[in-house]
Design a protein around this ligand. Structure first.
Ligand code: SAM
Length: 213
């Protein structure tokens, strides 16, 4: 994603009612933030948040949290959020590697990783959102039946993930290298990047995985 510094982005995020400030203070108490005990689903690297807001509109019985580390990107999501009537979605401007400080064990039902940055150089492998370091963070906060759902157009990142996930002791329960021509497409919600890459004719890969064997 091309990043531009947007003057005032940090200030807008710090004063937004849609962004949880000091999220570490909510650890173990996210149900109180939403005012109900519905399951919590997170998108890591939500970008402008189209995917998660569409899910929030169609599933009022699920609570959603969008995580995006860049304020300039999150700001665009906030502008869209302000135009929608939604009670079941909040955002965090944090690095996902800190998620275990913010969510208690078992507090999260599902984590979506959509079109994560591929970090192609070996020396940057630890930054990939399907690397062992990130998987161990997800494992700490997912509930017993918790899952990750990962979509990408990047064949190398997908091949890496098909190895890194089982090596970390997880089970891949389903996967496809051509989502839009697979039964896994049922109920699929397109992300911004998915729309862009599939319009270029690139097949979309998807996998679902859970911690444990
Ligand atoms: N998920 C969106 C989509 O599919 O359209 C956006 C994809 S964009 C390529 C990836 C986003 O993930 C970027 O906005 C980036 O800033 C964010 N991101 C990458 N690593 C992250 C991390 N460790 N913590 C939080 N956000 C991250």
């Amino acid at each position: 994603m091309r990043l531009r510094h947007i003057p005032g982005a940090e200030e807008a995020i710090a004063s937004s009612p849609y962004v949880i400030q000091d999220p570490e203070l909510k650890k173990g108490a996210w149900n109180q933030v939403f005012g109900n005990s519905h399951p919590i689903e997170i998108e890591v690297g939500m970008g402008k948040g189209r995917f998660l807001m569409e899910l929030a509109l169609s599933h009022p019985d699920v609570n959603y949290i969008g995580i995006e580390r860049y304020s300039s990107v999150l700001l665009k999501g906030l502008q869209k959020r302000a135009r929608l009537e939604l009670a079941n979605i909040f955002f965090l401007c944090i690095d996902a590697r800190d998620m275990a400080d913010i969510f208690a064990p078992g507090e999260v039902s599902r984590i979506y990783l959509n079109f994560s940055d591929p970090w192609p150089k070996d020396r940057h492998a630890k930054r990939r959102l399907t690397s062992p370091a990130f998987l161990s963070v997800y494992e700490k906060i997912l509930s017993d039946q918790g899952q990750i759902e990962f979509k990408t157009d990047n064949q190398d990142l997908f091949a890496y993930s098909l190895e890194s996930i089982p090596s970390a002791g997880w089970t891949i329960t389903e996967y496809t290298r051509d989502l839009h021509n697979s039964p896994m497409v049922l109920g699929n919600v397109m992300t911004e990047y998915e729309t862009k890459f599939s319009s270029l004719g690139k097949p979309i890969c998807k996998l679902i995985a859970r911690p444990g064997r």
